[in-house]
Ligand binder design. Structure first.
Ligand code: FES
Ligand code: FES
Length: 152
């Protein structure tokens, strides 16, 4: 099937088998591998992307749902070739260890800051509750999101 949609602020035309998920299309069809395959069943959040600005699990959404819509992945976060404020804050805070969860964390955090520019720590914890991290204990991640919010 043919798919026309907006990917990371650019028009995208792609071909995909009908059974492919958004995660299949990104990684296998478009060679965009920032979006990670963790559990494959909607539990870990590492495949989180923004569809029309809302966080979704790329492993659970069929690629056919992309037609005419807007998709943002971690590859699209940079701002004129520079890390965006969340990426910069994660780097400054040391909020990534293995980095496997980081793309999903960044996108969930971006959606949070778009809806709530001045979140509390509780807001950040709630927004990231569906994103699992095996490494960091979450403290640095939460600090980074709060720092990025303060940098507005
Ligand atoms: S890979 Fe999609 S939620 Fe785990
Ligand atoms: S930094 Fe390793 S899973 Fe989060």
């Amino acid at each position: 099937m043919r798919l026309d949609f907006t990917l990371n602020n650019h028009p995208c035309r792609a071909e995909a088998p009908a059974h492919w998920t958004v995660l299949d299309l990104l990684r296998d069809g478009l060679a965009l591998t920032a979006t990670k395959y963790g559990c494959g069943e909607g539990v870990c959040g590492t495949c989180t992307v923004l569809l029309d600005g809302e966080p979704v699990r790329a492993c659970l959404v069929l690629a056919s749902r992309l037609r005419g819509r807007t998709l943002l992945t971690a590859e699209g976060l940079e701002d004129n070739g520079q890390p965006d404020r969340l990426q910069s804050a994660f780097a400054r805070a040391g909020a990534a260890q293995c980095g496997f969860c980081t793309p999903g964390m960044l996108l969930s955090a971006r959606a949070l800051l778009a809806a709530n520019p001045s979140p509390t720590e509780h807001d950040v914890r709630e927004a990231l509750a569906g994103n699992l991290c095996r490494c960091t204990g979450y403290t640095k991640i939460i600090e980074a999101v709060l720092a990025a919010a303060g940098a507005r």
